[in-house]
Design a protein around this ligand. Structure first.
Ligand code: AMP
Length: 230
């Protein structure tokens, strides 16, 4: 009879979900502070799973709005997502995610914007029913409800700036960073809804079961984000 030697299996690496672009770029220094360097640039590679300088840590590249889903279901142990995305996710899945740290990266504002020739204040004062196009339906609903403004919300997935220009909506709710996109489309921000930055999110089970791996990363991220604010 032959006995099979058992081969040691290495545990699944700790997995961090990130989106490409600003969040990825601004997370690199935080990772570095935790002693982690990413092996590849997602802008140059089509790979969706990226190795790092630590064999026990890997990065997955997903759409920004999918980051909370990967973390909630445990396909990623941790992730980094904007407050805009987290507010929308929490509306459908309240309390699903542990959000320990505001990393203060990818900062911008969620704003109401209209065409330059639209008198938003007057429309609100008159109690007009406004048509508002947005990707951020939950945040927008909450905002207008708290002001007592009647709105018909139109869900869009991108290029919100177009909606007031061609008569789809009176206003949009969108993220504004430099203001260049609004300016290029002859729109103006008429109201701030909330400041936005990105947060670390952690899968609740992973936090208990993989605490030894996760905690030092959380601590390094917190230190690094506080240092950038000082
Ligand atoms: P800006 O022209 O710099 O004001 O940027 C506005 C455009 O970039 C809008 O289409 C926003 O949806 C997008 N944007 C700005 N900041 C962010 C951010 N932190 N996260 C995701 N999208 C953003």
């Amino acid at each position: 009879m032959t006995t099979q030697a058992s081969t040691p299996t290495s545990p699944t690496p700790l997995t961090l979900a990130l989106s490409k672009g600003r969040i990825f770029e601004e997370t690199l220094p935080l990772l570095k502070s935790a002693g982690i360097e990413v092996n590849e640039d997602p802008e140059k590679s089509r790979k969706l799973i990226l190795g790092t300088s630590r064999p026990d840590v890997r990065i997955i590249i997903v759409r920004a709005s999918d980051v909370p889903t990967y973390v909630e279901y445990g396909a990623a142990d941790m992730g980094i997502a904007g407050k805009d995305v987290l507010v929308e996710h929490a509306a459908a899945h309240p309390g699903a995610l542990y959000q320990p740290i505001d990393l203060n990266i990818a900062r911008c504002k969620l704003c109401v914007a209209t065409r330059k020739d639209f008198d938003y204040e007057a429309a609100v004062k008159q109690g007009a029913r406004l048509r508002v196009a947005t990707k951020y339906v939950s945040a927008a609903r909450e905002h207008f409800a708290s002001k007592g403004v009647y709105v018909d919300l139109i869900k869009l997935y991108g290029s919100m700036e177009l909606a007031p220009l061609i008569g789809l909506a009176d206003a949009i709710v969108d993220l504004v960073s430099t203001g260049n996109t609004l300016k290029a489309n002859d729109l103006v921000a008429v109201e701030d809804i909330m400041p936005i930055s990105s947060r670390l999110i952690v899968n609740r089970a992973a936090l208990k079961l993989r605490r030894e791996g996760i905690e030092p990363i959380m601590e390094a991220f917190e230190r690094a984000s506080l240092a950038t604010m000082a």
